[in-house]
Design a protein around this ligand. Sequence first.
Ligand code: NI
Length: 184
Amino acid sequence: MILPIYTYGLPVLRKEAEEVPENFPELPQLVQDMFDTLDKSEGVGLAAPQIGKSLRLIVVNLDPLGDDVPEYKGFRHAYVNPQILEYGPEQDSYEEGCLSLPGITESVKRPTSVLLAWEDTDGTEHEEWIKGFHARVIQHECDHLDGKVFTDRLSPLRKQFVKKKLTTLAKGRVSCNYKVKTPR
Ligand code: NI
C-alpha cells in the first residue's frame, strides 16, 4: 500500500525513533508498504518516520542507479535497527534531496564509508562496511531515525539559504507529485 510521506514540520521527523521489537508482527507489511511508497515517489531511500512510524527501520532501492553502478542493479534492501558503528576516514560532498523536504537539494559532506550493523526482516544480524553512494543513502536514512534531516548538516551559510524554503514547507505549502501529509 502506498502511504503518504510526512513532510518537514511534522514532529515525528524530529523524534528519536524506537527500536523495532523482536518478532514484530507488523514488520513484513510495513516493509512492503515502505517499498511501495518509495517506488511511487521514485526515491532511493525511506525511513519509517517518513511514513509517520517512529521505528528504526529503513528501506533502500539502488536499482535506479544500476546503469552507472552495475552492483546496484536490482539492489533493494530493508535494514531493521541499523546502527553505524564506525566511519571511514574519507569524506566527499554530493547533492542530496529528501522526500520529506520536496524542492530542496543541497550538497552534503559525509564519510564515504560506514561500518553498519543491522538485522534483516527475518532477524538475521549483519555487520558490514558499506561504501560510496550506498553509504551516503544509509547515513541520510539513519539520520532520520535520530530525528535529523540533511539540511541540519549544512554550513551556517547554506542553512541560512534554505531557511525560507524550510519555513514554507513547515507551513504546509508543499509541491510534489507524490502523496504527502503536511503540517497543516
Ligand atoms: Ni530523507
